[in-house]
Design a protein around this ligand. Structure first.
Ligand code: NI
Length: 403
């Protein structure tokens, strides 16, 4: 049995206890006080320094073995928040509260990163490791708060992951490039001029304008976006008019935009506004547009994907490292970190082979707890592998300077 496997086996009972404590006491976005207390207690137990500014902030911990001052640092990230809703798993460790639960498995991620910390303290890495326990992934973009709190200061790269039933326990999904979509919403108000149904020349018909606009918007994706980049524009709600013989003064269109590339997203937002302005001009009407932005897409960087694949293969074997063919249309605020530094976000299979898959955010979502050791081992290995690689580049760079 390999040394890491032995240490993971020794650790796994503790990881299950940690995860169950997090899971049984869920807290909603920006209210993760008890949760942060559990994390800081664990960090103190491990002798790891941390910064924490209180409710609504991230717990940011520093593993800096002697002799690593000035060497590269990599970050490992977990989320602290839970979701509203009542848990139906019936597990002994189910949520103690009727109105909230860890339906997205964030309790597992916190236990994994705490486990990685224990492994890294036991066998110091060749550089510095930052642990980020962020608030509010589910809403509010808590990763931006963590960044403001200094989570990424002096960090070369960041690694994160998420449990899922799409894969069985032991499998790790690692994909190059875009892995989640951006989901934005739009709200369009068309202002025409109401009138009698028999006297259209006295009115500006908002229904006719809405019809032109709905058709025009469909050409944004079909004619303006590279077909190799998945994108969607859907008008999901239309409201106008009050009677068959009355020309509608106003119309409302609402819809959703899904994109996986920032360039496409910008293009569609701009194009949607351009078409609204053009059609308003065409029909002598006024059209207001509001776009509500969701999280940007998560885009993994090639070098960190290669490091993640090596670390995962060393842990679970090459055949258990899988790659999804397409990005998920879900979203993740890990993207805000990746706008600042390179990194890689993976998915940890967390389903026993005999289980029916249960989607994330379902009241009955639970994990196979064997994934906790997989995640802890992966996070420790990926940090070590990244620091080794960056350290070599750093040394050869330093050597060139002195040559
Ligand atoms: Ni989640």
């Amino acid at each position: 049995m390999r040394e890491l496997d032995k240490r993971l086996t020794a650790l796994s009972r503790h990881l299950v206890e940690l995860r169950r404590a997090f899971h049984a006491h869920p807290e909603l976005a920006f209210h993760e006080v008890e949760t942060a207390g559990r994390i800081t207690a664990e960090l103190e137990r491990l002798g790891i320094d941390f910064d924490y500014q209180g409710q609504g902030h991230a717990v940011i911990a520093h593993i800096e073995p002697p002799g690593t001052a000035g060497l590269p640092a990599v970050a490992l990230r977990a989320e602290m928040d839970a979701l509203p809703g009542q848990e139906t798993t019936g597990a002994v460790y189910a949520s103690r509260y009727a109105d909230r639960m860890h339906a997205c498995g964030h309790g597992a991620h916190m236990a994994m990163v705490c486990g990685a910390a224990a492994l890294l303290v036991g066998e110091p890495p060749p550089g510095r490791v930052r642990l980020i326990f962020q608030p509010a992934e589910e809403r509010g973009g808590g990763s931006r708060t963590a960044i403001q709190d200094g989570a990424l200061d002096d960090v070369s790269a960041i690694f994160g992951g998420h449990v899922t039933h799409e894969y069985v326990t032991g499998q790790i999904m690692i994909r190059d490039g875009d892995i989640t979509a951006q989901s934005d919403r739009f709200f369009i108000n068309i202002h025409g001029k109401g009138g009698h149904g028999a006297r259209p020349h006295e009115a500006i018909d908002a229904v006719v304008i809405a019809g032109f606009l709905i058709t025009a918007l469909q050409t944004l994706v079909s004619r303006e976006v590279n077909p190799l980049h998945p994108s969607v524009v859907t008008v999901g709600r239309v409201q106008a008019g009050s009677a068959p013989n009355v020309i509608a003064e106003t119309a409302v269109l609402e819809g959703s935009i899904r994109t996986t590339r920032e360039e496409m997203r910008r293009h569609i937002h701009h194009g949607l506004r351009r078409m609204c302005a053009g059609i308003a001009e065409l029909h002598n009407a006024a059209i207001d547009v509001r776009i509500q932005e969701g999280y940007p897409p998560v885009v993994n960087s090639p070098r960190e994907v290669a490091i993640a694949r090596r670390a995962a293969a060393a842990l679970v074997g090459q055949e258990a490292v899988v790659a999804a063919e397409f990005p998920s249309m879900g979203s993740e605020d890990f993207s805000y970190y990746l706008q600042k530094v390179p990194g890689c976000f993976v998915r940890f299979g967390a389903r026993r082979p005999e289980w029916e898959p249960v989607p994330l955010h379902s009241p009955g979502f639970d994990i196979d707890e064997a994934v906790l050791a997989v995640g802890a081992g992966y996070f420790a290995e990926v940090a070590r592998a990244a620091l080794q690689e960056y350290g070599q580049a750093w040394n050869s760079g330093a050597a060139q300077h002195t040559a």
